[in-house]
Design a protein around this ligand. Structure first.
Ligand code: SAM
Length: 233
């Protein structure tokens, strides 16, 4: 992985933390050991550089993408419940990425593919109209106005993200940041965007996404409200 990072630094550049606490020896070992077999960074980088779409096994009935999967709780749970689907996960935070690498290999999970590069490169090599669902579970809120540009969902990239969705499929975002929620709802008023329908509001406690990730649970434990936006193509 380090060789890819030094050869292609742009793909690994993003706003935020790559490592929260020192990587354990197990994490370093799993990255060294499993990276080549279980990640597809190299395929994404090569496809991007050759301006080709990423090749994806046609045997899967559905493809779900999760951006910023953190510790991978939702990704792994979903992959286990839907064996006919492929789950593509993208996460730049190496502590979480290495945990998921370990789980994929320990449990011999064969319907997850993960990459550790900035998702904006991954999204560009996905073939148009091939993805069934895209999740952003509590993306980094970047609350200061001058940092809003760093948000993974913004006015500039929403149409690009949507172009990867099949018709009648959706992008789902949950967030504990009222400001981010209102920002997303406000940019969806832009008439140039290609969406058919938008549903938004407070996430119900009965929703399957309620309490789904450690970051979200931390917010819930502090009595924060969680908001959901679902954007249908
Ligand atoms: C607030 S955390 C939430 C993690 C997880 N979804 C959860 O709810 O526990 C946001 C995650 O998005 C990841 N992230 C931020 N920018 C990213 C990017 N450009 N590409 C891929 N992942 C990104 C961060 O590393 C971080 O782990």
């Amino acid at each position: 992985m380090l060789d890819l990072k030094s050869k292609y630094p742009d793909f690994y550049r993003f706003y935020g933390r790559r490592v929260a606490k020192k990587l354990s020896n197990k994490s370093i070992e799993s990255i060294n050991y499993y990276f080549k077999s279980s990640s597809f960074d190299e395929e994404v980088i090569n496809s991007f550089n050759k301006r080709q779409s990423l090749k994806i096994d046609k045997k899967y009935q559905r493809i779900t993408l999760e951006v910023g999967f953190g510790n991978g709780e939702f990704l792994i749970k979903q992959s286990n419940l839907n064996k006919d689907s492929l789950f593509i996960g993208c996460e730049v935070y190496l502590n979480g990425f290495s945990k998921v690498l370990n789980k994929i290999n320990d449990r011999q999970i064969n319907n997850i593919k993960i990459c550790s590069i900035n998702f904006i490169y991954l999204i560009q090599v996905l073939k148009n109209e091939t993805i069934d669902q895209i999740y952003f579970i509590n993306p980094d809120p970047w609350p200061k106005a001058r940092h809003n540009k760093r948000r993974v969902i913004n006015n500039e990239n929403l149409n690009l993200i949507a172009s990867k969705l099949k018709k009648n499929c959706s992008i789902v975002v949950t967030t504990d940041s009222l400001d981010y929620y209102e920002y997303i709802v406000s940019i969806l008023k832009n008439k140039d965007l290609i969406f058919r329908k938008i549903e938004h509001g407070e996430l119900k406690t009965t929703d399957k996404l309620y309490g789904i990730s450690s970051y979200q649970r931390k917010a819930i434990n502090k009595n924060a409200k969680i908001y959901k936006v679902e954007i249908f193509k």
